[in-house]
Design a protein around this ligand. Structure first.
Ligand code: SF4
Ligand code: SF4
Length: 371
């Protein structure tokens, strides 16, 4: 694999913004969908940018992820394909979520290109809004050393933080590169053509960066095994699961921010079937001594796990949006991992890989026949 060194004297965001401008000026990209800091400075949103001057203020790798990029792309392509070429600049988990949504026909990828960046993880949004300046500094330290405090728990265990197994066109490598430098790589044929047209020659060997990515991945994989084995005990059985979700107030924020929660009309928001009649609640209370309200809390979480566990990309948006600090993304990522391994499926790995539950195969899962 070859790439080109880009100077990052003004930070990663400045370096990537310069590349985006070159791509826009070359005429091969009509618009860029990219995170940008809001005017108050306290958070970031996705901006669809057509005016190259506005790229000066974009933040391709913000310290937080208050909006999951797949949700932004879903809104953009809600009515079908876009007619102009859009380059989406996203974290790898956001690209993977977009791929999953495309397979579920909720995102249209025609004329859409992806650029990702090596992602050390994101800080918690609630921490960030309390002190953006201090957390900007902290995140810079994390980018320099590829570790540090305050990252979301699922980010600490994410092994898909670079471009391997993520179908992007362009990627910006950051792990282990020299201070004030990054590498840009054309991952797909289209990506190589884009860089060529923008006059960015990619002839440098990037194997040193690849070695550093492997090392960082080994570390994250170690964190992941540890967390999974701890969760295996903590989440085993309904009683334990109930304890993990005990603080849940059933606000459904986790569902609203999740990029994968794909139903256009949610059963839990729309149906009276989930709400029992008063006499049924009385009967349950009689049998158990008492019942909690709202009553469908566990049904909600189990329904969501069952529904979208195969496509969960472990982005952590659900836990970040939870007002009660329920470890919801850790449980989902763990449950998702189990079911994804069963089907040898990695969500977002490829647009050509069908979602197992949407395809019928007669000859599979024989190991469960006698179970
Ligand atoms: S369940 Fe949570 S971790 Fe999984 S895709 Fe949705 S928001 Fe991300
Ligand atoms: S887990 Fe958190 S965000 Fe989800 S419903 Fe419960 S309290 Fe709300």
């Amino acid at each position: 694999m070859t790439g080109a060194t880009i100077q990052a004297k003004n930070g990663v965001n400045g370096a990537v913004s310069a590349v985006l401008k070159s791509l826009k000026d070359s005429g091969c990209v009509d618009a860029v969908l990219v995170p940008t800091r809001v005017k108050s400075g306290e958070t970031f949103v996705y901006l669809l940018i057509r005016n190259p001057k506005m790229l000066d203020s974009c933040a391709p790798l913000p310290p937080v992820m208050p909006v999951q990029g797949a949700r932004a792309l879903q809104s953009l392509t809600r009515h079908g394909k876009v007619e102009q070429t859009v380059l989406c600049v996203m974290r790898p988990c956001e690209v993977r979520a977009s791929i999953e949504l495309a397979k579920r026909r909720q995102v249209d990828l025609e004329n859409v290109l992806f650029m990702s960046l090596d992602c050390p993880g994101a800080l918690r949004t609630r921490d960030y809004v309390n002190d953006p300046e201090a957390l900007d500094k902290r995140y810079q330290g994390i980018l320099n050393n590829w570790e540090g405090d305050g990252l979301r728990p699922t980010c600490e265990t994410c092994v898909h933080f670079s471009c391997e197994d993520v179908p992007v066109d362009l990627h910006v490598g950051l792990v282990g590169t020299k201070e004030e430098e990054a590498v840009i790589i054309g991952v797909s044929k289209r990506g190589e053509e884009l860089l060529d047209k923008a006059g960015i020659e990619c002839s440098e060997d990037v194997s040193a960066w690849q070695v550093e990515v492997e090392k960082a991945r080994d570390k994250k994989a170690g964190n992941r095994s540890k967390v999974v084995s701890e969760l295996k005990d903590k989440a085993a059985g309904m009683d334990n699961l109930g304890l993990l979700f005990a603080d849940c107030i059933n606000c459904h924020n986790c569902m609203r921010v999740c990029p994968i929660c794909y139903c256009r009309q949610c059963f839990f928001d729309s149906s009276d079937q989930v709400r029992l009649r008063a006499e049924d609640y009385f009967a349950k209370a009689q049998a158990r001594g008492g019942i909690r309200f709202p009553g469908d809390m566990m049904q909600f979480h189990l329904g969501r796990i069952y529904h979208m566990g195969l496509s969960c990309v472990g982005c952590g948006a659900c836990e970040d949006g939870c007002p009660m600090d329920v470890p919801v993304s850790q449980v989902f990522a763990f449950a998702g991992d189990e079911v994804q391994k069963t089907f040898d499926y990695v969500p977002g790995r490829s647009t050509d890989e069908p979602i197992p539950t949407l395809t019928y195969e007669e000859d599979e899962l024989h190991e469960y026949e006698d179970a």
